[in-house]
Ligand binder design. Structure first.
Ligand code: SF4
Length: 495
């Protein structure tokens, strides 16, 4: 039973971050190392703010947790200091709570009833509680390999080792199937490895989960592009089911702005991936912000990752551009009715460190230096509206004024358009939808029998929590496909 007045006793508190200087001196995570006992004491107070609502919107309804995380339950266990039970309840619905604790923008907090009014002091710090349960679980040894006691004798190939593929692989391995994960890159983790910078989630966090999966029996093959290094014929002959968790990494490009062809104008991932490989110990990045004026186009997560990376690489300046006006920064702003997320200004730690954000602007032209390299961008104030005739989004200049920013490196972080071209898909007889994703039936099975899809490849680029939820759900369907029925959970269904 929760403390119904906890939110009146304790203010919402954010976790402490390292100083700006400390952060920029390394690639490590931005949050300060806190003594575990002190940390746990603080988080018990934060968990005490949960009211154990009759209808907990944090994990039900449209804005709650896709995994169905048992948030009020583990909030109360943390309040009482029962970390072992809290770990058990958290892992009951989430294979990788440390990934979501560090990376998820927490739709659960937007759904929290305490978001309703500023007088309530803001939502329960659900993300912080989750992260602390995960940390405590590893520190106290609650996280152990769960080796299946049964063997189905059936073999499953999972293509892609991002969060969706790993969640599917872990669930299916624990259900007794022989699972092999194929990864085309040289290291495992997909976007978690080469898309997410170290300052958001250190790779040792990923590696310890991979070690757990290995001990449970999941096999991994790196540097293998299925459809190229392993033929689809061999794949189908060797495996009883195939799960495609290949992501949606086809970056949206700017095909209309004059000067796009100039050297120094890149998709954001062309900068992020080599930067993250460098942090892993590979050679210097092919696209480096050091000593450059960097302009990032796009106001989302990828743009923020580019922002923090460019700052740490030693950029002379970093400017992030957003076509939309600056949203309200507080939830008591009248323009920001509950639920607030994502309608309030999302400020990432990277934005506190250096640089500048500009809102309601768009690039009119990339300006070259006469030798084929970008040297500046020309900006215009714009507004975004719907074309009344077609309903399509359009970006309209609001005046003729032009602002020129120096730019030696321009990064396009304007979204993703779906699954990349790959021989695997055509060899499996699969085609992409108009959204660039792979469609499936109610059981996550594509039009090719025995081939399933989950995560961004099905949903389009989305949150890590959705990837894990779809990975768990596809595992249920694959298990049922192989054995006739499944006890595995299926928290979400194909849309
Ligand atoms: Fe607790 Fe907020 Fe969920 Fe209510 S909505 S149960 S206060 S976390």
């Amino acid at each position: 039973m929760a403390d119904p007045t906890g939110f009146l006793k304790y203010e919402r508190e954010e976790p402490k971050k390292k100083s700006k200087e400390e952060r920029l001196a390394t690639w490590g995570e931005v949050y300060a190392d806190v003594d575990p006992a002190e940390r746990n004491g603080q988080v018990r107070k934060q968990a005490s703010r949960c009211m154990d609502c009759g209808i907990p919107f944090c994990h039900s309804g449209g804005s709650g947790c896709p995994l169905g995380n048992l948030i009020p339950e583990w909030n109360d266990l943390v309040r009482r200091g029962d970390w072992a039970a809290a770990s058990d309840r958290l892992h009951a619905t989430n294979n990788f709570p440390e990934f979501t604790g560090k990376l998820c923008p927490a739709p659960c907090e937007a759904g929290c009833v305490l978001s309703i009014s500023p007088a309530s002091g803001g939502p329960v710090s659900i993300k912080r509680v989750e992260q602390t349960i995960a940390d405590q679980s590893w520190e106290a040894g609650y996280v152990q390999p769960q080796v299946s006691e049964v063997s189905s004798g059936r073999r499953v190939a999972v293509v892609g080792s991002g969060p969706a593929g790993l969640a599917a692989a872990q669930q299916l391995t624990r259900a007794g199937h022989e699972v092999t994960v194929f990864e085309r890159d040289d290291r495992l983790g997909g976007l978690l490895r080469y898309g997410i910078p170290e300052f958001k989630m250190e790779k040792k966090v990923l590696d310890r989960r991979l070690a757990q999966l290995r001990k449970e029996g999941t096999r991994f093959v790196t540097g293998c592009e299925v459809g190229v290094d392993l033929t689809v014929e061999d794949l189908r002959a060797q495996y009883d089911a195939v799960v495609l968790a290949v992501g949606a990494l086809r970056g949206r490009d700017d095909t209309t702005t004059p000067g796009r062809e100039l050297a120094g104008v890149h998709l954001a991932m062309e900068h992020l991936v080599p930067a993250n490989k460098f942090v892993e110990g590979d050679g210097p990045p092919s696209v480096d912000a050091k000593g450059k004026h960097v302009v990032i186009i796009g106001g989302g997560d990828t743009g923020a990752d580019s922002y923090g990376t460019a700052t740490r690489q030693g950029a002379l300046s970093v400017t992030q551009l957003d076509q939309y006006p600056m949203p309200p920064s507080t939830r008591d702003d009248e323009r920001s009715p509950w639920p607030t997320w994502p309608y309030i200004l999302r400020t990432y730690p990277a934005h506190e460190e250096a640089g500048e954000r500009k809102f309601a602007v768009a690039v009119k032209r990339f300006v070259g230096d006469g030798n084929g390299r970008v040297k500046a961008v020309e900006l215009q104030q714009v507004k975004v509206q719907k074309d009344p005739a077609t309903g399509r989004r359009e970006v309209i200049p609001v005046n003729d004024e032009i602002e020129t920013l120096p730019a030696d490196l321009v990064l396009l972080a304007i979204g993703f358009e779906g699954v990349e071209e790959m021989p695997l898909l055509s060899e499996l007889g699969l085609s992409l939808t108009r959204r660039g994703t792979l469609s499936c039936g109610a059981d996550w099975q594509t039009e090719t029998p025995g081939v399933f899809v989950c995560g961004d490849a099905h949903r389009g680029a989305s949150l890590v929590v959705w990837a894990i939820a779809e990975g768990r759900s596809v595992a249920h369907s694959v298990d049922a496909f192989l054995t006739g029925a499944s006890d595995l959970p299926a928290p979400v269904h194909p849309t």
